[in-house]
Ligand binder design. Structure first.
Ligand SMILES: NC(=O)c1ccc[n+]([C@@H]2O[C@H](COP(=O)([O-])OP(=O)(O)OC[C@H]3O[C@@H](n4cnc5c(N)ncnc54)[C@H](OP(=O)(O)O)[C@@H]3O)[C@@H](O)[C@H]2O)c1
Length: 352
């Protein structure tokens, strides 16, 4: 199978994906008979470009911003939704920046792609947090795929695990330190570094949002909690429904000062069923040394699922980033090729 891709956003993740598709070209072709070409790219500042089904290797070599030989150049796009509809792509990649307060304009991008008969892979969690039911229903009605493995813990297989490896399983809760910036900052504070300096360190490493309050105040974690609760537990939450208790810079300093010997402070996400409803929250937790999450350092993150078949299952991601996120997109693309009819049986009734 050959899939033509339209990349909306071409930043850290978009470019890491091109490198990975080029590096893994032989494995993908030999193991899955799968090849890729780029039909287009769109970015906020440079505009849009329709490409001639260009191979990832050629696109990677051309660099960025890309100028097509012969004169066709990136240019402003008057109507991004028309550009999405009209670019001859099979799969639209939603790799634009997250707006944690609305999920836009990425939600509109995905709706336009699905309405135009194109499957979608998104690493942007906003649309899945704000419009999961609507978008999944639209994809189902059109017989298209909507995959989003990279939206939580980069490419760590959470949704694939639930879909392919946990048949007939009910997930009734989850917990974990999901925001790498907060946990990096807390681990630096634990060795005496001031919070502001630790935040600057996270920004220099390229992990913190430009506005670190998105991380420290729990917005990033709330969006992730919403995605997990809605997809894995069939909830119908919005990020504002996630309780954010005692977060932010001041609370971090105070909680760090109150720690008892042997405790480690983490920003945790938690969800559980209460009387048929799913409640989720983000909070600062002083973890005892017996908790595996207390031993995660720096930007490491983790997730514990509570299930009725396997009891507790814990996933830990070493330090992630654009490469791991790009891998999640590759996994989603392989799954689209392996299952052209995308209705995921184990998740069909959940979150829709
Ligand atoms: N980086 C990671 O490790 C990671 C991990 C998990 C998930 N994600 C998610 O993956 C997505 C991409 O992340 P990234 O690190 O690649 O971000 P990035 O480096 O900031 O790149 C974002 C890209 O999206 C474009 N863009 C932003 N807003 C846009 C808009 N309204 N319309 C069209 N294009 C727009 C930007 O264009 P300009 O440069 O022209 O503004 C840029 O090309 C984000 O949603 C992020 O939350 C990232």
């Amino acid at each position: 199978m050959h899939l033509r891709l339209l990349s909306l956003g071409y930043g850290n993740v978009g470019q890491a994906l091109v490198r990975m598709l080029a590096e893994k070209e032989a494995e993908l072709r030999e193991q899955y008979d799968l090849t890729f070409g780029y039909a287009g790219i769109y970015t906020r500042s440079s505009g849009g470009l329709v490409l001639p089904d260009l191979s990832p290797a050629d696109l990677g070599e051309a660099g960025w911003p890309y100028t097509l030989e012969g004169g066709s150049e990136l240019g402003p796009v008057a109507d991004i939704l028309a550009f999405i509809r009209e670019t001859p792509a099979d799969v639209v990649l939603e790799l634009t920046a997250l707006d944690p307060h609305s999920g836009q304009p990425a939600t509109d991008h995905i709706r336009a792609a699905l309405e135009a008969g194109k499957s979608v892979v998104t690493a942007n969690k906003g649309p899945i947090a704000y419009a999961c039911r609507e978008l999944r229903q639209l994809a189902t009605e059109r017989g298209l795929a909507l995959r989003f493995e990279s939206t939580v813990l980069d490419g760590t297989p959470i949704f694939d695990l639930a879909e392919f490896c946990l048949p007939a399983t009910r997930i009734f809760g989850f917990q974990g330190p999901l925001n790498s910036t907060s946990n990096y900052v807390l681990s630096r504070m634990a060795v005496g570094e001031p919070l502001e300096q630790a935040v600057r360190g996270a920004q220099q490493l390229g992990v913190a949002e430009a506005n670190p309050a998105y991380d420290l105040d729990g917005w990033d974690a709330s969006v992730k909690a919403t995605v997990l609760a809605n997809v894995l537990m069939g909830a119908d939450l919005q990020p504002a429904d996630v309780r954010r208790d005692g977060l932010g810079a001041e609370a971090m300093r105070a909680a760090q000062a109150r720690l008892q010997p042997g405790q480690t402070l983490k920003q945790m996400v938690e969800a559980e069923e209460q009387g048929g409803e799913v409640a989720a929250r983000v909070y600062l937790a002083p973890l005892p040394s017996t908790d595996v999450f207390a031993h995660l350092s720096g930007m490491e993150t983790g997730l514990r699922l509570r299930t009725d078949t396997m009891g507790e299952l814990t996933l830990i991601e070493g330090e992630g980033g654009p490469g791991q996120t790009a891998f999640g997109v590759v996994a989603d693309l392989v799954n689209i090729a392996r299952r052209p009819n995308p209705l995921p049986p184990s998740l069909r009734g959940k979150g829709q």
